[in-house]
Design a protein around this ligand. Structure first.
Ligand SMILES: Cc1ncc(C[n+]2csc(CCOP(=O)(O)OP(=O)(O)O)c2C)c(N)n1
Ligand code: SF4
Length: 268
């Protein structure tokens, strides 16, 4: 099928600003689903609220558009009710690790088979550019006109430390790499997290005078390097892309099935 066959064109024109990274992320995700050969009925996309979260409206799978920060809680319910579904949860950084931070760490701890996509544009896009837990010290948002004093989370470290069993990071500049990581994350039997560093030219770019979308994408290219590269040794400021964790551990719905079996046998 073509990419457009996975999109609900009745909801177009879409709301994203020209040059936003969200379209690139959605395109890479569609390509990953296509490569894996999943049927539309095999996939559920669950999202909260935000620019990124609008993906659940545009993608033609089973979809649920829920509350800000609560997408992983709804996705957990869906996965427990229908474990055969591939459940994808695209989230902005606020959705994932500010209001949704508690759900994020506990979904990772449980190792429930969901794929969390953290679209890290370092700001609250939808509500006008407030700083987020990923903005970083010294960088500006509408609520931090002199620069945020908060240091940023490292999403990959947060996910790994909380128990996620597949963790990767890429950027909107590296679309084919993003598709590969989405494929691996979707095929992984456990909680998988792909962080995508991306551009919000309208707020993060404008507030921090980073230029237009193309300039921001070049900055994503130049500020990152593959994991373990020589460039990182020379310049520790570079952000690593790559797969940080890939391991198999007991998955939550499988563990739950074991409890159901025990209960049926009456062996408490
Ligand atoms: C409970 C609740 N609190 C606050 C909001 C307002 N709100 C909607 S989206 C959003 C933040 C969006 O930022 P992010 O999650 O980073 O996604 P982006 O828009 O950047 O993709 C906020 C604060 C809300 N909808 N619900
Ligand atoms: S406000 Fe930012 S994140 Fe939202 S659509 Fe516009 S560019 Fe994208």
């Amino acid at each position: 099928m073509a990419v457009k066959d996975y999109i609900r064109q009745r909801f177009f024109p879409q709301i994203w600003c020209p040059g936003c990274g969200n379209g690139i992320v959605m395109n890479s995700l569609i390509r990953a689903v296509e490569k894996l050969g999943y049927k539309k009925n095999d996939v559920a996309v669950v999202s909260g609220i935000g620019c990124t979260a609008r993906m659940s409206g545009y993608l033609d799978f089973h979809t649920l558009h829920t509350l800000h920060g609560r997408a992983l809680a709804f996705a957990t319910g869906i996965k427990l009710g229908r474990p055969s579904l591939k459940v994808i949860v695209p989230m902005g950084d606020g959705d994932a690790v500010a209001i949704g931070g508690n759900h994020f760490i506990h979904a990772a701890r449980r190792n429930i088979d969901l794929t969390a996509i953290v679209v890290n544009n370092r700001i609250y896009g939808m509500t006008g550019g407030q700083y987020s837990p990923l903005t970083g010290r010294g960088l500006k948002g509408t609520t931090a006109p002199y620069g945020s004093v908060d240091p940023a989370f490292d999403v990959a470290a947060l996910a790994s430390g909380s128990g996620a069993t597949f963790v990767a990071r890429t950027t909107a500049f590296h679309a084919p790499e993003m598709t590969r990581y989405f494929e691996q994350a979707l095929a992984h039997p456990g909680f998988s997290v792909v962080e995508v560093l991306t551009q919000c030219p309208t707020y993060f770019g404008r507030k921090n005078k980073l230029g237009g979308p193309v300039d921001m994408m070049i900055q994503l290219k130049e500020s990152t390097t593959p994991r373990g590269s020589k460039a990182k040794e020379k310049n520790p400021e570079l952000i690593e892309r790559g797969i940080f964790v890939q391991e198999e551990k007991l998955e939550y719905t499988a563990a739950y099935d074991q409890v159901i079996d025990q209960a049926r046998k009456g062996s408490a």
